[in-house]
Ligand binder design. Structure first.
Ligand SMILES: Nc1ncnc2c1ncn2[C@@H]1O[C@H](COP(=O)(O)OP(=O)(O)OP(=O)(O)O)[C@@H](O)[C@H]1O
Ligand SMILES: [Mg+2]
Length: 511
């Protein structure tokens, strides 16, 4: 063991240990820090941490520090080749203080980057006795070269680095498993489509026919009309129904991650790409992929998608090998893709490819037959799921509430109706849900002012006006419940009394 413990080295070890226990996410950063400490404490000029790529049986530079660090990273070293290769092959530490005359020393890297290695120390990184990489320090700032004590220290650092890699790998594995399980829980359930509308029933007939083919389908329609449910139906009514249905929301994944999410990556493709990873296209092999918000797909990925549609082939990030998949593509958007094409934000060729089978889902206000059917469906669902069931059993909607639901314009479509019913279930105190519970009155006033023109839709879409309407109604309701006592009302609303009186004045709330 170490002859005497140097306080500085000891503190560095403690520091790194606490990093290993806390910072799993950025393993590359952690390994760089370990190497920086090792280089400094052993007084070397340069250093590198090489990891073993088992498939290729070669070492690649995960970290390379020193004046030529950046240039070194493009090289790889075969196992058995050079000092690092010798160490990994023999799974043994090594000090070479006369590199110029050592047969094992590989000169080509040094020559290419114009850097002379005089002294070298290298130790294996081990996990359960297996060498997974090598730590190497180069050119000690001391004439006598590296000594036994350096080796002992470096071996401790190598253990820490190995631990950091194991942690990162098991973390990544767990995260992947959690994600798969989450996906199964939240996404493997398919929704029930509720409809009484002839327009929707007609679309479902079309879906039935399209489902049997492998054509790409483009689902169009406003936000919240049920495009995802239609995508599910295309899958469920197809022969692919027992294979995976994989959902990807192109707008929800940051641009930098989307390519690897869709197509996967190979180990080392970018920082933190520690292991090979399947993309969503591979996960959907044999089944259907649902590309939601396709209008938000970055231009750079549109070319790649086009090739997948045409040839069913792609390359993973960081790889030249072509992967072939058998996947049916269903895409959806609430954007006007033709306009996007004109603006240059969406490729025309991709648009034509996706638009082979466009299916437009009408807005909820264009199919009033569905409003009440859906309202009852959501009411039943909430009654079943919520604890409220024991307190109040809702029997349905008052006549006024039904009229209010029917005359409202539903700019947020079915999703908005679902939220509205959920809110009403929370607020409602009587057996029948009434108009006030729906919080649609403010819109109704505007709707009746503008009949059925487009104007009211725009007004209802004005967020500020909508919020103000909500505030007026909500505050008035709580004021009424508290007999217009402002102190009590402020307490119920959890706001200051002075703020409440200011709101009453500003929003002109009157009894
Ligand atoms: N016909 C329907 N029957 C039952 N539930 C529906 C129906 N249509 C939509 N929903 C429900 O409404 C919500 C919105 O539907 P969905 O997510 O499919 O909309 P979308 O068109 O994909 O919207 P966006 O463009 O915002 O993504 C979902 O919770 C869905 O379950
Ligand atoms: Mg959607």
């Amino acid at each position: 063991m170490l002859s005497k413990i140097d306080a500085k080295k000891f503190h560095t070890l403690i520091e790194i240990n606490s990093l290993i226990n806390s910072d799993y996410k950025d393993v590359h950063n952690l390994l760089s820090q370990i190497m920086e400490s090792a280089t400094q404490l052993c007084d070397a000029q340069a250093s590198s941490l090489l990891l073993m790529d088992k498939e290729k049986n070669e070492l690649y530079f995960e970290v390379a520090l020193g004046e030529k660090g950046g240039e070194v990273k493009k090289f790889t070293v075969k196992s058995g080749e050079g000092i690092a290769g010798w160490v990994s092959h023999n799974n043994k530490s090594l000090i070479v203080n006369d590199a110029a005359n050592d047969k094992r020393h590989l000169r080509n890297i040094g020559e290419e980057i114009n850097y002379t290695c005089k002294t070298i120390i290298a130790v294996p990184m081990r996990i359960k006795d297996e060498c997974i990489g090598v730590l190497e320090l180069i050119n000690k700032n001391d004439e006598q070269g590296f000594i036994q004590e350096d080796m002992e220290w470096l071996e401790i650092f190598a253990n820490q680095a190995a631990l950091a890699v194991v942690n990162a790998q098991s973390m990544e594995k767990s995260l992947r498993e959690i994600k798969q399980l989450q996906d199964r829980i939240t996404h493997d359930q398919y929704h029930t489509i509720i409809t009484k509308s002839p327009a929707i029933l007609e679309k479902l007939d079309i879906i039935d026919k399209v489902a049997k083919t492998d054509s790409s389908v483009l689902l169009l329609g406003e936000s919240g009309v049920g495009k995802e449910l239609f995508a599910e139906q295309i899958h469920l009514r197809s022969e692919r129904c027992s294979s995976p249905f994989v959902r990807v929301n192109c707008a929800a994944i940051p641009e930098g991650l989307l390519e690897s999410e869709l197509f996967g990556h190979v180990k080392g493709a970018f920082t933190n790409a520690i292991a090979n990873r399947h993309g969503r296209f591979e996960m959907a092999d044999g089944g259907t992929i649902f590309l939601d918000e396709i209008g938000d797909l970055p231009l750079s990925l549109q070319v790649k998608l086009l090739r997948v549609i045409q040839e069913k082939r792609f390359e993973k990030v960081g790889s030249d090998t072509t992967v072939t998949v058998n996947v049916r593509i269903v895409a959806a958007t609430n954007k006007n893709l033709e306009e996007q094409v004109e603006k240059g934000a969406f490729r025309q060729d991709l648009y034509y490819r996706l638009n082979v089978f466009p299916i437009y889902i009408p807005a909820l206000r264009q199919r009033p037959e569905d409003i009440i059917a859906l309202a009852h469906f959501f009411l039943d669902n909430f009654m079943r799921d919520s604890k409220k069931q024991k307190e109040t059993r809702f029997e349905g909607f008052s006549q006024d509430a039904i009229e209010a639901l029917l005359s409202y314009s539903w700019p947020g479509n079915v999703r908005e109706l679902q939220n509205c019913i959920e809110r009403a279930c929370v607020i409602g105190r009587n057996k029948l849900i009434n108009t006030e519970d729906l919080f649609l009155k403010a819109y109704d006033d505007k709707v009746s002012m503008h009949h059925h023109g487009e104007k009211h839709i725009q007004e209802a879409r004005d967020l500020k006006a909508a919020l103000n309407n909500f505030k007026v109604n909500f505050i008035r309701k709580v004021l009424e419940e508290n007999n217009w006592n402002q102190t009590e009302t402020a307490r119920a609303l959890a706001i200051q009394r002075t703020y409440l009186s200011r709101l009453i004045k500003e929003l002109q709330i009157e009894a």
